[in-house]
Design a protein. Structure first.
Length: 489
């Protein structure tokens, strides 16, 4: 498909109707020729019109019904804006007050609650969880509170092992979780686990006698004036609540139903909005909630048993972008996605909330692009390569690009439901586009992220003629390509 607009020419073909960097449509691979980074040095903040134009272009291209954006400097909102619809059926627009689900961004609140209990000497990070959660199996005896916080416990992911439409009691869910064998001994590896944070919620309940959601309300949300942030509830009347959506084949539909109690767990079952998250961001620069030393512990990379580190703390991903320290986390659940990026030394925060599922929206890519509009060194064209710790993924991408350019994509490399998108016409179109760049010279890894069961990567592909492309790729739990996108710098 060839599409022209007043300011760019875009060739768009899509896998899973989405792209991390470029534009999700309904074909096999996304290619966007517009300038992705704002690479020219900038010293002044962008105009509202420039930011709005970018957001609207991404919302259209990714088929996002509604999006809320917050940009903060020094903990203060300098831009808060809603785009599109919070509810399609009722034609309700998004505004800064619109409430979205947090997904895994909620983990940072759970981690903060744990650190409050640590400061109060009600628990220790190196306590075995069996001290607070009786009935854990012997194989879990070496698992500590710290292991749960840092995704190093070895406890596997629960969401694919239980029926999400069943209303479990807390004890019933606990029994389901402790029946799962460990994937690896505690502390030996890093592997994202929502299960660990569910258990942290149970632990908070055991230690305090309060449901973890009530603890968050009393100790975090109320003191900060976060009046719209709360545990998810189907029955409560919640002003400004938006609806979550999924992109299925070529149309939008309502999110899949999940049992109410599944939406009360500590791995991220919260409602919030831009205005409340601005209060949260401001508090993180202070000691209103925790001592600075506690935040420092939360924002320190976890050390594994072999002495290596992984760039994850307690509920936060820890990164460096061209020398700019970054704290970040994304979230996705029930037709909602969000991302919060905090360039703490620059005191710049960008928050993006959407009401579209994670396989078809890319809030983190939007958030990083917006940050690049405010600080030019953060723009995609200024990104520097990082260490490639998974060369097998890079090799897979190289082979995949070569196959596509030759007009013969290896369909076995793709997730089953993606293979049908590679029709002869679309394969030919993308092949011609890639061939126009000539021979591939190098692939440099720029970003690597884990979002639940999905692994997301962004590369810079350099060609012999000197031109470059940004290439994003998503690998699912089976090691197959679930999403791929190309974006011209």
């Amino acid at each position: 498909m060839l599409r022209r607009s007043s300011d760019a020419i875009a060739i768009l073909v899509l896998i899973l109707a989405c792209s991390l960097v470029a534009a999700p449509l309904t074909t096999a691979l996304a290619v966007n020729e517009s300038n992705a980074g704002g690479a020219a040095a900038q010293t002044a903040a962008p105009s509202d019109a420039a930011v709005d134009a970018y957001i609207e272009s991404q919302r259209r291209e990714q088929h996002i019904p509604g999006l809320a954006l917050g940009v903060l400097r020094d903990g203060k909102l300098i831009k808060s804006q809603g785009y599109g619809l919070a509810n399609i059926e009722l034609d309700v627009p998004v505004k800064p007050e619109t409430v979205f689900q947090t997904g895994s961004v909620g983990k940072q609140f759970t981690a903060t609650a744990i650190m409050m209990l640590v400061e109060e000497r009600k628990l220790s990070l190196d306590d075995p969880i069996s001290k607070y959660l009786p009935g854990t199996p012997a194989a879990w005896s070496g698992i500590t509170v710290r292991h749960l916080l840092t995704h190093t416990s070895g406890i596997p992911e629960y969401t694919s092992r239980i029926n999400l439409q069943t209303d479990y009691t807390e004890d019933e869910l606990f029994q389901k979780l402790i029946a799962m064998p460990l994937d690896f001994p505690p502390g030996e590896k890093w592997s994202y686990s929502n299960t660990g944070y569910v258990l942290l919620g149970f632990l908070i309940h055991k230690v305090t006698g309060e449901f973890y959601g009530d603890f968050l309300q009393q100790r975090i949300f109320q003191p900060l004036g976060m009046t719209s942030t709360r545990i998810i509830s189907e029955t409560a009347i919640i002003p400004n609540r938006s609806s979550g959506y999924e992109w299925v084949k070529d149309h939008i539909q309502n999110q899949a139903w999940v049992a109410p109690t599944i939406n009360t767990t500590a791995d991220g079952a919260l409602y919030t909005n831009i205005l409340d998250l601005a209060k949260w961001d401001a508090a993180l620069y202070t000691e209103k909630l925790l001592k600075k030393s506690s935040f420092d512990r939360m924002w320190t990379p976890v050390t594994l048993k072999n002495g290596t580190t992984h760039p994850y703390g307690f509920g936060w991903e820890l990164e460096d972008v061209n020398g700019h320290r970054l704290l970040e986390h994304g979230g996705a659940w029930q037709g909602f996605t969000m991302d919060i990026v905090r360039y703490v030394d620059d005191r710049l925060t960008v928050i993006v909330l959407t009401n579209l599922d994670s396989e078809h929206s890319a809030p983190w890519a939007i958030a990083h692009h917006v940050a690049g509009l405010y600080i030019s060194e953060l723009a995609s064209a200024a990104l520097k390569p990082i260490e490639d710790k998974e060369p097998q993924v890079t090799a897979l991408l190289r082979d995949t690009l070569a196959g596509i350019a030759a007009g013969k994509p290896n369909l076995e490399s793709f997730a089953p439901d993606q293979r049908k998108d590679w029709t002869p016409a679309e394969t030919q179109e993308v092949a011609e586009f890639l061939k126009s760049f000539g021979a591939l010279k190098s692939l440099d890894l720029l970003e690597s992220k884990v979002d639940s069961t999905l692994r997301r990567y962004r590369y810079r592909a350099a060609f012999v003629d000197g031109r470059t492309l940004l290439v994003s790729i998503v690998i699912n739990g089976d090691g197959k390509i679930a999403n791929m996108g190309l974006d011209k710098e």
